[in-house]
Design a protein around this ligand. Structure first.
Ligand code: 3H9
Length: 707
């Protein structure tokens, strides 16, 4: 038996324990170990039943995702899971699978091959493969409908969402919940069923439904997938695989599943989503900040500014259970801010997100104030006032005076220098940027901006805090716009140029949403408020290099009071429900303005639209990476996936560029450089990696990128 699997006996009951920390993934050696244990058990007349359990914090979280790369490159290790699952199911001694933590993917498939499943009530089960661009590949799509019914199996395999133990019991996936001691409960259960005829999941058909109902289930699932998971291969494949379970014998169904699984495994979508899985975890690893770095306890917080961002941040903190002081300069602004927070909570209750009582508890944690009087006791302050350096410096000076030593002073600035802000305090090591994205209580991204002096403890605390706030924290360097907005500038610049050069407004948005972006760049501008960029451009006009082309149509729209959704008009017109319709007036105005500027409009293809917007994003990303403002290309991907609606199945902008091939991306950037001038100068890193036949993903691995 391998080290990864142990086998003991407890008075006639064999206990097989999987020990492959941290999550008992089914890495090579685990299936083999279980198989060997079963062989020994089969020979041992003293054993009457078997318990299969996971050691450590969880049962089995699935196949070892790291192995998929090998499988896709034709070098799989081990015999796969299917033969083992048949062996378990065919065991003449009942196998009881004991579940704690998570039984996900291959873990649930393993469990379903057992004759019975018992679980702690805190456990969860699920088939999350679709989130990796895959479908269950070890008969999950065949056994799950036999246990839980067709509709439930389709739902679980297409959404990938976990199911709590209590529900799993209701659905028939689990046979019994165990209160405290899982092993003792499972062994007791095993004694009850020992010697009795054990059901084989693959032979059960009472939940496979009838043709008429199933036709309905599959067609509505396909419709939903086409709407909500448009362009994704795996959900559709999962539906077909479950459908096969209803139409053919188990063995045939398994063959259909295998073929679909392999198709998905070889797809770029799956490779991209697996990249996202590992990148989301990598983002927490900061080379010069070890895991053991002390964390500053954060038990209370304060937010300065009760506007859209400040109010949203106060909600995020309160939602995570922290008491929050919310400060404004005058009563009217404070009242407005609180009213918005109340409305947001009321809307969440109306939509069924949480009960009224939870909303009230959260609201109670927010204490409005007009003074800094109680700031002396808080552990963390987040400043979220209007984007003006002088004002922010004044506030930080005051915070420095009133806050206790050791309190973290954070700014939610989206453009200003953290070092400049920190310079107004006597403790720049306790100053950091926490850049939330709007709406702060909804968007998952949190850029954590490292100032020159920010201490390691402060950074580690903010990274950990981001998790407890339900955010994805990404550490970035202190440059203008940091990572996300610095890249977003060239992306939106190109969208505007394209309209000025003759592309239709909707054509630009549709090309990018067709690529998979949650929203087109112009509609995004309308949502965020066109005036935001307009004000920033006015403030930084002195930095513009003479002779470098700037887009101007959006500024003209702002001059006409068209700020986007909030004024009922921007690039589009909006009704009182904020539904957009195209506005021919804008097209006409843009044509007139560009005529006056001497720009000759032309037909522009969807391909040119996506290339120009995305390659502008990527070219800037390459500069950021080379300048060391992002730790890794994959960190930039995580920023774009969580803050800017970049499609996960494309893996993020830098990964996407790698999949296109940097040579091709670079050639196109050179072409745009020739056509449109200096703004398109290829980033040196892009050129170098393209010349060397490398990828962004390689950068830093062998070259030691700066942090
Ligand atoms: C599958 O099963 C296909 C089948 O149909 C069979 C086909 C033949 N493999 O997330 P954490 C690592 S597909 C390898 O931070 P948590 C993870 O990278 C799979 N590694 O912990 C991290 O490493 P590091 C279906 C894995 O407590 C460490 O474990 N299953 C795997 O926040 C800790 O992870 C899934 O999709 C894995 N399967 O969350 C489940 N899982 O420390 C994927 C984790 O070096 N996993 N690692 O950064 C999860 O959802 C979460 O990890 C889990 C724990 C909820 C289990």
């Amino acid at each position: 038996m391998t080290d990864l699997v142990q086998f003991t006996k407890d008075n006639g009951i064999a206990v097989i324990t999987i020990n492959n920390p941290p999550v008992n993934a089914l890495s090579p050696g685990v299936p083999e170990g279980i198989s060997e244990a079963l062989d020994q058990i089969a020979q041992d007349d003293t054993v009457k039943a078997v318990v299969l359990i996971g050691g450590g914090r969880t049962f089995v979280a699935g196949a070892d995702i790291k192995e998929f790369g090998r499988m896709a490159s034709g070098k799989p290790r081990g015999a796969g899971l299917l033969p083992l699952l048949l062996k378990i199911e065919d065991s003449s001694k009942p196998v009881i699978v004991a579940i704690h933590g998570t039984a996900f993917g291959g873990g649930l498939e393993l469990a379903m091959a057992g004759h019975y499943r018992v679980a702690l009530s805190s456990a969860q089960v699920g088939q999350p493969e679709v989130k990796l661009g895959l479908i269950p590949g070890a008969a999950g799509t065949q056994r799950l409908p036999r246990l839980a019914g067709v509709a439930r199996a389709v739902e679980m395999c297409t959404s990938g969402n976990p199911v709590k133990a209590e529900e799993a019991l209701k659905f028939g996936i689990v046979d019994r919940l165990i209160e405290d001691d899982l092993l003792a409960g499972a062994v007791a259960f095993a004694r009850e069923v020992a010697g009795k005829c054990a059901p084989k999941t693959r032979e059960r058909d009472e939940k496979l439904g009838n043709v008429a109902d199933n036709v309905q289930i599959f067609s509505s699932a396909r419709e939903t997938a086409a709407k909500k998971q448009c362009g994704l291969i795996a959900p559709v494949a999962a539906i077909s695989a479950v459908e096969a379970a209803t139409k053919m014998p188990f063995e045939e169904g398994c063959k259909v599943e295998q073929k679909l699984f392999i198709d998905c495994l070889f797809s770029q979508q799956s490779k991209s989503l697996i990249h996202v899985f590992f990148s989301e975890r990598e983002v927490n690893k900061i080379p010069d900040i070890p895991k053991e770095t002390p964390i500053i306890p954060v038990k209370s917080a304060a937010v300065v500014g009760a506007g859209t961002m400040g109010g949203g941040i106060a909600m995020v903190l309160a939602n995570a259970g922290l008491p929050v002081l919310l400060k404004e300069a005058d009563q009217a602004a404070l009242d407005r801010g609180l009213a918005t927070i109340q409305l947001n909570y009321a809307n969440s209750v109306k939509r069924g997100r949480f009960p009224q009582q939870v909303a009230e508890e959260r609201l109670k944690r927010i204490t409005p104030t007009l003074t800094y009087d109680d700031f002396s006791s808080v552990d963390l302050v987040i400043e979220a006032v209007f984007e003006g350096l002088a004002l922010k410096k004044e506030i930080f000076k005051e915070l420095d005076r009133v806050c206790k030593p050791g309190a973290i002073l954070a700014s939610n600035t989206s453009t200003l220098s953290i070092d400049e802000i920190a310079s107004s305090t006597s403790r720049p090591d306790f100053v950091i940027g926490t850049h939330f994205f709007s709406p702060a209580n909804v968007m998952r991204l949190l850029e954590i901006v490292r100032g020159k002096a920010s201490s390691k403890e402060v950074i580690a605390t903010c990274m950990q805090l981001s998790k407890s706030l339900g955010k994805v924290g990404v550490l970035v360097g202190n440059c203008r716009g940091f990572v996300g907005n610095r890249m977003f500038g060239p992306y939106r610049r190109e969208a505007q140029f394209l309209v000025e050069e003759g592309a239709g407004i909707e054509d630009v948005d549709q090309a990018l949403s067709g690529f998979g972006m949650a929203m087109g760049p112009l509609a995004t501008g309308d949502l965020a408020g066109l005036d935001v960029g307009w004000r920033i451009r006015k403030e930084y006009r002195h930095l513009e290099v003479p002779g470098i082309r700037q887009p101007f149509a959006e500024d003209r729209l702002c001059e006409l009071g068209r700020y986007g959704q909030k004024t009922g008009a921007g690039w589009y017109k909006y009704d009182d429900q904020r539904r957009a319709t195209p506005d021919p007036l804008v097209t006409e105005l843009v044509r007139k303005w560009v005529d006056e500027a001497g720009i000759v409009q032309r037909q522009i293809s969807a391909g040119e639209i996506t290339d120009r917007c995305l390659y502008a994003l990527i070219n800037e990303g390459a500069r950021i990476l080379e300048e060391g403002y992002a730790l890794r290309a994959s960190d930039i991907d995580i920023i774009y996936l969580n803050g800017y609606g970049f499609p996960a199945h494309r893996g993020g902008p830098m990964w996407y560029a790698d999949t296109v091939g940097l040579k091709q991306v670079c050639d196109r950037v050179f072409e745009f450089h020739r056509q449109h001038g200096e703004i398109w100068r290829p980033a040196p890193l892009l050129k170098r990696l393209a010349d060397e036949g490398k990828r962004f993903a390689d950068f830093g691995k062998e070259e030691g990128a700066a942090a």
